[in-house]
Design a protein around this ligand. Structure first.
Ligand SMILES: Nc1ncnc2c1ncn2[C@@H]1O[C@H](COP(=O)(O)OP(=O)(O)O)[C@@H](O)[C@H]1O
Ligand SMILES: [Mg+2]
Length: 282
């Protein structure tokens, strides 16, 4: 399926089918033990190109993400990370190449994007903000129940009737996460979702992201400028440079991962050195 872009919601998605990388296989087995079904879609990108005028941003991205994998994307500012997410989400048109999500019929609500700014409606209480994520199912009789379940997943049940303005930055992002989760997405893309949060809130949000990913089984694509965050959360870290995937690093470490461990620090150091060498050329 080409990304024939369809989008009324500020979000969308993708998938294909394929073999599982070892790290993803481990995760899958754990899920089966817990009897939670994987709902993620695989994603295949071939020869993807995108330019803005003379600025050739993506110059041939080739990538396969197995269903349910957690992938982080890093790269220097302006390298095209957000552009890639927008193309995956169907929010912009591709110039060349293809993006596919396997053979499954993909609905717009299967693919969601969470941004750095929570983008909540200030005039609507928390529960209604979460229901926005239901799209056309918003008026269905179980909308409240679904939104309450999503709020419970992010630990904000007691805020359901509050106005967004009284929430902290971290709480607003949790509402944004509940809004993304409420439609049970099969691909969830995050564009630097924790970039505006303080260090402690950030760590607790990282744990929350990992937990909901493990519980729900969606395919996760996290753009972050924080390499420590990338190696703590992802099965695999992609480094984008000069419009292509310059490095594809597998993070084959058990979860939950211990922040500050020597193994994480070693991986972080090697990815940082890739980023710095890219930066030196500019
Ligand atoms: N809508 C747009 N119109 C023109 N140029 C754009 C647009 N969106 C992004 N760009 C340019 O594309 C490049 C990549 O941007 P972006 O994907 O936002 O990078 P990143 O998220 O990695 O920082 C930048 O040079 C940016 O200025
Ligand atoms: Mg960006």
């Amino acid at each position: 399926m080409q990304t024939a872009l369809r989008t009324s919601l500020p979000e969308t998605e993708l998938a294909s089918r394929a073999s599982f990388a070892p790290a993803a296989r481990v995760v899958r087995e754990e899920r089966q033990e817990r009897q939670v079904q994987t709902s993620g879609l695989p994603l295949s990108i071939r020869g993807l190109r995108k330019s803005y005028g003379d600025n050739e941003v993506l110059r041939g991205i080739d990538l396969h993400i197995p269903a349910g994998q957690f992938v982080a994307i890093v790269g220097k500012s302006g390298c095209g990370k957000s552009t890639l997410l927008r193309l995956i989400a169907g929010l912009e048109k591709i110039d060349a190449g293809s993006i596919s999500f396997g053979d499954a019929a993909v609905k717009p609500e299967d693919i969601r994007v969470m941004f750095q700014e929570p983008r909540l409606l200030p005039w609507a209480p928390v529960l209604s903000n979460v229901e926005v994520g239901l799209g056309r199912d918003r008026s269905s009789s179980d909308a409240d129940a679904r939104a309450e379940k999503a709020l419970a997943e992010v630990g904000l049940t007691d805020k359901r009737d509050q106005w967004p303005s009284v929430l902290s930055g971290g709480q607003k992002q949790r509402v944004a996460l509940a809004r993304a989760l409420v439609s049970n997405p099969r691909v969830l893309a995050f564009d630097e979702p924790l970039g505006a949060l303080d260090a402690l809130t950030r760590i607790s949000m990282q744990r929350l992201l990992e937990r909901v990913w493990r519980d729900q089984g969606f395919t996760a694509i996290l753009v972050t400028h924080d390499v420590a965050e990338a190696v703590a959360l992802a099965d695999r870290v992609l480094v984008i440079d000069e419009g292509r995937i310059a490095h594809d690093v597998t993070v084959n470490l058990a979860r939950p991962r211990e922040r500050g461990s020597a193994e994480l620090a070693g991986l972080e150091g090697s990815i940082l050195s890739h980023l710095l060498s890219a930066d030196d050329r500019t």
